[in-house]
Design a protein around this ligand. Structure first.
Ligand SMILES: CC(C)(COP(=O)(O)OP(=O)(O)OC[C@H]1O[C@@H](n2cnc3c(N)ncnc32)[C@H](O)[C@@H]1OP(=O)(O)O)[C@@H](O)C(=O)NCCC(=O)NCCS
Length: 184
């Protein structure tokens, strides 16, 4: 069975069984172009639908990439020419949903293609959001997340986010979201 590794290099005899968890050197994160919108919609909707994270109403919002591009900074991870991940960074306005002051930024709709996971692309998307929000003068990053998004929660813990339970909220009956925050 493959072994996922983040620590120092193992003895050479293990090399054939080790999976490299660093982002491919060709992976970059930057602003989305309008031509990326259909791929972002397809990727976000398919992951949230197939992994059971979204109601039909929320799937319609996930498909509206042009709508969120007007209310956030839409970032994509590209591996070669292919979009393999996306996130919406919110520096102002109400699209962040859980921001409570102009000092706060948020990100939403984080997604990485299942075929590209476990290589740090999600981490690169989140750390890019942190850096851009810090550069824009924001003091805190906040986000809300479904309790079942456990891979994302491990990522947030690893990057220094902590829970902000007083901001937990419920957009719909039966949908209870957890809020995480990190100072910038
Ligand atoms: C959360 C998500 C963006 C992380 O993407 P990623 O590129 O795999 O992220 P990273 O590689 O930086 O690390 C994520 C963790 O999941 C593990 N992981 C996830 N999928 C994996 C896979 N297929 N193979 C190996 N490891 C995997 C990573 O090893 C890592 O574990 P660790 O934090 O315990 O070390 C991705 O799992 C995803 O799109 N999830 C569905 C949408 C979602 O939950 N979004 C969050 C919204 S709040």
């Amino acid at each position: 069975m493959a072994v996922v590794r983040r620590g120092p290099a193992p003895p050479a005899t293990y090399a054939a069984r080790v999976v490299d968890t660093s982002p491919p050197r060709s992976t970059t994160v930057g602003p989305a172009d309008r031509e990326d919108f259909p791929r972002i919609a397809e990727l976000t909707v398919s992951v949230y639908r197939d992994e059971g994270f979204a109601s039909p109403r929320y799937l319609a919002q996930l498909a509206d990439v042009a709508g969120r591009a007007g209310r956030s900074e839409l970032l994509v991870a590209r591996d070669g020419g292919t979009v393999v991940g996306s996130v919406a960074l919110v520096l102002g306005g109400d699209f962040g949903e859980v921001t409570a002051s102009p000092d706060e930024a948020a990100f939403r709709m984080l997604v990485v293609d299942p075929a590209a996971r476990g290589r740090g692309i999600g981490e690169l998307l989140v750390t890019t959001c942190l850096a851009r929000a810090r550069a824009a003068g924001r003091r805190r990053m906040v986000l809300s997340t479904d309790p079942r998004m456990t891979a994302a929660h491990r990522l947030y813990d690893r990057l220094g986010f902590t829970r902000l339970p007083e901001r937990d909220w419920s957009p719909l009956p039966g949908v209870d979201l957890l809020v995480y925050a990190r100072d910038l």
